[in-house]
Structure formats: C-alpha cells, structure tokens
Design a protein around this ligand. Structure first.
Ligand SMILES: [Mn+2]
Length: 407
C-alpha cells in the first residue's frame, strides 16, 4: 500500500510541472492555469462534491449554509435560523446564552441529504423553501435593556430580508404581512425566554396581534408586581414576566393563546387570574395521562383557529430526565416523544414564527441528550413550515376559552 501510494505521488509530481518548486509558467492564461490546477487537484479529481458527514465540517445547524445575515440586508432566504445568545434575565441557573451553540451541536446528525421524515413524509431541507443558518445576534451581556433592543432590531431586520421562493410560499398558503408582502419565517434559537418579548414586538409589527402556543412548565405571564420582587423597571422584565408585558403592549390577541405542559408552583390563584387576563388558556402536564396527545392537540387547534400564531417552546416543558439542560427544571414533564407527537399534530396551523428557548448546555449530559432532543424539535418546526398552512375548509370551529369563574 505504501509503495503504491509513493508510486502514485511520483507519477503525479512528474506530470505537474506547473506546481514543481514554484516554477509557475507565466505563459498560461489565468483560466487555463485554474483549469489545470482543478484537473490535477487530488481531492476533487476523485471525490468531488462529497457532502459533510455528521461529525465533519464547521458546525452550523444541520450543516446548512451560513451567512451573517445581519451584516447582509440583501441576503435572501425563506426560513432562517437565528441564534439569540441572551441569558441576562433568568431567575435560577444561567447558561442559556450557550443555547444556540448547544442546538447547533445537537443538530450535527441532521443533514439536508438525509432529512426525510417517514412520519411527516417530507424533507424540509429540500422542499422548495430555502433554509439558511444566519448565525447569532451579538447581544451585549452587560446591559439587558440594550440587549432587548438589539434583539428587536435584529429580528425586524431579519423579517425584512427578501424571500427566495414567493411561489412556494403562495402554494403553501403562507400568511402575508399586513403590507401584502411575504416575509421570511425566523426560527429563533434562544437564549432565555425573555427574548420572546422583542420578537413578538417585531412579529406584531408585520402581522398585527398574534396568538401564541406556549410549551413550558411555567406560565411566564406573571405580573411583575407579584413575581420575585419588583425592584426596578428593568427587573420587571425577565423570563417569567415577558408574556405579561406582551399582553400589556398589545402584541398578542386577546383570549386566543394557550399554554401546554404547565406544572410549576404559584403564589396563589391570583397568578392564574392574571394569566387569563393576559389571554391564555392552559393545558396541564398531567392532562396527557387523563386525556392523551390527541385531546391536547385538538384543544390547541380549537383555541388557535386559523389566525397567525407564534409557537414558543421552552425546553423545560420536557421532563428533566429527557432535558436536564435547562435553567428552571420541574419534575413531571412530557417525554420528547410525547412533545414531538403534539408538534407533529400542529401541521397546517398558520404559523408565522417559532422559537426554542432555555437550553443551557452546561447542565446537559456528555451524551448531549437535551441538545439532541431540542435540535430534533427544530427539525420538526422546519417540517411543519415546509408542509404549509391548511385552507379555510379544514379548520375546526373555535371553542370558548376558560374563564376566571372556572377556577
Ligand atoms: Mn419559559
């Protein structure tokens, strides 16, 4: 083997005078020198266009192409992954600033060449919508108020990038903005959950008030006056209160949103009254045993109807035995399989934005069980988008939400 390799190298050297000892001939034109170089390129001669393997390459989400989109306002895409490494407003364990890194690392076994789902019967990476990893928003870790403004500016900028496949978006019945134009779908990779306030601000600007499907162990609609002490205006905005602010600022549609997977403890029933005021219905984690996955997905779909909706997924909705890598873990959560089945059932809803938040890789196992589960959910988000929005005829009649009296 060694002999034949050296024979090969000898032959190659003999036939490549252009490269021998830098004796480059200036009689060649630029183009012919290049074509000769490519002809003699040992890798490309034998292994052209070999895709990366799961363990090779620079780590973008699912080995997707990368562009630093915030620096290139003309960069076109239909779906962008955007990391938001902010964790300056958490109540317990910090570390979600490494969430975008964790999600990308957990996605390494996902590759566009092998992205076909036998359950959803689609490969979201080759479905006609162009998907790009746009890198991260470089948010300041030192000044939360400024960081929130940076997230909002970045997300607004991203929503106004040109789309690639307007015809595909039309065919998929995707929602146009209030301006009549198609805007790309952004999948935000958090970051702590506070980032959803500046995201909803930006989304609301394009689509008007939206509904929210919120997967979480916690309601995150806490009135700041009742949540862990209100010491300043800045402290009042954090990962447990941002939905209250979103309600107060009119970003979410009244009585049209729903939580799923709730199981934390409360100050008292008044927290739940505030939650209803903020416009949310509630599915408890234990409902999955009492009623099952289909009941949960029917309840979500009936609440949401066909209006524009944002899906916000806090990874702590899953049980800490599946996802230990999160800042405020709560026992009794859903399995990754249960949650993925619920996600799959949401195909056809009019989804205008996704985010996945609160992955804090420092608390993960060496086997990256949390990061892999979370990255697979992003794959589900992409698949849901690629399958498009149901027409009017497929929609259930909207049911009444809960009322304060029910509690
Ligand atoms: Mn949360």
């Amino acid at each position: 083997m060694h002999a034949s390799l050296s024979t090969l190298l000898t032959l190659a050297a003999a036939s490549t005078p252009v490269f021998a000892h830098g004796s480059h001939s200036h009689s060649h034109s630029h183009d012919s020198a290049r074509s000769e170089r490519s002809r003699l390129d040992p890798w490309n001669e034998k292994y052209p266009d070999t895709p990366d393997l799961s363990f090779s390459g620079v780590t973008t989400f699912a080995h997707l192409p990368h562009a630093k989109c915030l620096d290139k306002p003309d960069e076109a895409f239909d779906i962008a992954l955007l990391g938001i490494p902010f964790d300056s407003a958490v109540s317990y364990r910090p570390g979600a600033r490494f969430g975008p890194y964790g999600l990308r690392s957990g996605s390494r076994r996902q590759r566009p060449e092998r992205g076909y789902s036998s359950r959803l019967e689609i490969n979201p990476y080759s479905s006609g919508l162009s998907v790009l990893d746009c890198g991260d928003v470089p948010v300041t870790p030192f000044d939360p108020a400024t960081a929130i403004k940076q997230v909002n500016a970045a997300y607004r900028s991203m929503l106004h990038h040109p789309v690639v496949s307007e015809a595909s978006m039309e065919k998929l019945n995707m929602q146009r903005g209030l301006d009549g134009e198609y805007h790309p779908r952004i999948i935000a990779l958090g970051g702590d959950h506070t980032i959803v306030l500046p995201i909803l601000d930006a989304v609301h600007e394009v689509y008007g008030p939206v509904s929210v499907i919120h997967f979480d162990a916690h309601i995150d609609t806490w009135n700041p006056n009742r949540y862990l002490g209100s010491v300043s205006v800045q402290a009042d905005l954090n990962h447990g209160t941002f939905f209250w602010h979103a309600y107060e600022q009119g970003f979410i549609k009244p009585d049209s949103s729903i939580h799923a997977g709730i199981r934390t403890r409360f100050s008292g029933p008044e927290d739940l009254d505030d939650d209803i005021t903020a416009g949310f219905d509630l599915i408890h984690t234990f409902d999955i045993d009492d009623h099952g996955v289909d009941w949960i997905s029917d309840k979500i779909k009936a609440r949401i109807g066909n209006g524009p909706v944002v899906i916000s997924l806090d990874v702590d909705v899953m049980d800490p035995s599946y996802v230990p890598a999160t800042g405020t873990p709560e026992s009794g959560g859903w399995t990754s399989r249960e949650l993925r089945r619920i996600l799959h059932s949401l195909v056809g809803l009019n989804i205008v934005a996704f985010d996945i938040v609160e992955l804090a890789p420092a608390y993960d196992t060496n086997g990256e069980i949390s990061a892999i589960a979370a990255a697979d959910m992003v794959y589900d988000f992409l698949s849901i988008l690629a399958l498009g929005v149901d027409g009017q005829e497929n929609l259930d009649v909207k049911e009444e939400g809960r009322s304060v009296d029910e509690l």
